[in-house]
Design a protein around this ligand. Structure first.
Ligand code: HGY
Ligand code: MN
Ligand code: MN
Length: 359
């Protein structure tokens, strides 16, 4: 008999579909996110949610009643590209961010998360901050080059790197592009350009897992013949090692202050997101590895360069992730692609892992 999912929506818009005839046990949960960056691909997030629903369909078709309830979830605003921080919904769910603070987060147009959730009908009634689950497993595309380059089908993800997002507002003096001698300028745009080059140079110098990205630079008044008096710059630095991540943050801060001062500009800082590196549950990672091998797939342990809802769920329940290859390591790009046979392999590993954990 088909077990339908009992769907609940919580106050930050997270959605949970629970399959169970027994109400007393915390569920085994899988899931991911269905939001994407504006220029994102079709697999990032969606794949893990759809595979979770596919697992439920397979259990229904096979008439399998699991000992433990199963829940398939998708969390609000995992990307964080519009409203900061990223992984917002899962962070609120695990009690890592007050609901009020999340609902009050605004985008560049001043729109509030809370208002937008109401507008789209996802300001749910279920409470947040009291997570109720046995374990969490997330299936996701790797979004990097490792599995594809090595020809390995499955990643058993046991760690996830630290993330630091900062917004800098650099203020100078707008002036005439033709009449203002170079020595008299306070060009916020120039400081932004120096900072952009520094972040990349620094990441290369630190080496190892260090990455650094200036993904957004907005100049004001953004006119060809006006020296910019304001630049709003985002800095995304990440590392698997917390000490090195702190070193990178300190170097960016020192450089920005010095470059701004040399140009007669000022700098204001706003922290958008900061998450330390995460170690997932070793038992769960070993189970993923075992399930992959049992199905005859090549598998390797690995870290995640991207942030995921799983990193929040690890705070409240044993968690790990299953990766499948991204062709060419491309992601956050409409050309994102994973071969159908790899999508199927990942979903089968998810099924095996969930069967083992739910029985
Ligand atoms: O930025 C990230 O790593 C994730 O896609 N939110
Ligand atoms: Mn994702
Ligand atoms: Mn993403």
């Amino acid at each position: 008999m088909d077990r339908l999912l009992e769907v609940t929506i919580d106050a930050i818009g997270n959605v949970f579909g629970r399959r169970s005839e027994r109400r007393d046990l915390p569920p085994l949960m899988t899931g991911s996110h269905i939001d994407t960056v504006r220029t994102g691909g079709r697999y990032d997030g969606n794949y893990g949610v759809l595979a979770g629903l596919e697992v439920v369909e397979v259990l229904n078709r096979a008439g399998i009643e699991t000992e433990r309830p199963i829940s398939v979830a998708f969390f609000t605003n995992e990307e964080g590209a519009r409203f900061h921080p990223d992984m917002m919904g899962s962070l609120v769910y695990v009690g890592g961010m007050p609901l009020g603070e999340a609902l009050a987060a605004t985008d560049r147009d001043g729109k509030l998360v809370g208002e937008e959730l109401s507008r789209i009908g996802y300001a749910g009634s279920a409470p947040v901050g009291r997570p109720h689950l046995h374990r969490f497993v997330e299936l996701h595309i790797e979004q990097g080059p490792v599995l594809d380059r090595e020809g390995v089908t499955i990643g058993a993800v046991d760690t996830l790197q630290g993330i630091s997002w900062t917004e800098l507002t650099i203020k100078g003096t707008s002036n005439h592009a033709g009449t203002t001698p170079m020595r008299l300028r306070h060009d916020a745009g120039y400081v932004a350009a120096e900072l952009t080059a520094f972040v990349r140079r620094m990441a290369r110098e630190i080496g190892g897992d260090q990455v650094g990205t200036v993904g957004s630079v907005k100049l004001f008044p953004d006119l060809i013949n006006v020296i910019p008096n304001k630049a709003v710059v985002t800095v995304d630095v990440r590392n698997t090692d917390e000490r090195r991540l702190k070193e990178a943050e300190a170097r960016v801060a020192a450089f920005a202050e010095e470059a701004a001062k040399a140009e007669g500009c000022s700098v204001e800082w706003k922290r958008l997101a900061r998450f330390e590196p995460v170690t997932f549950d070793s038992g769960m990672a070993a189970l993923i590895e075992r399930a992959a091998k049992g199905l005859g797939f090549s598998v390797r342990r690995m870290t995640s360069g991207a942030g995921h809802d799983a990193q929040m769920m690890q705070r409240v329940a044993p968690t790990a992730m299953i990766f499948v290859p991204s062709v060419g390591g491309i992601s956050h790009n409409v050309r994102e692609f994973t071969k159908p046979e790899d999508l199927e392999a990942g979903a089968n590993v998810l099924l095996q892992v969930m069967l083992e954990l739910a029985q």
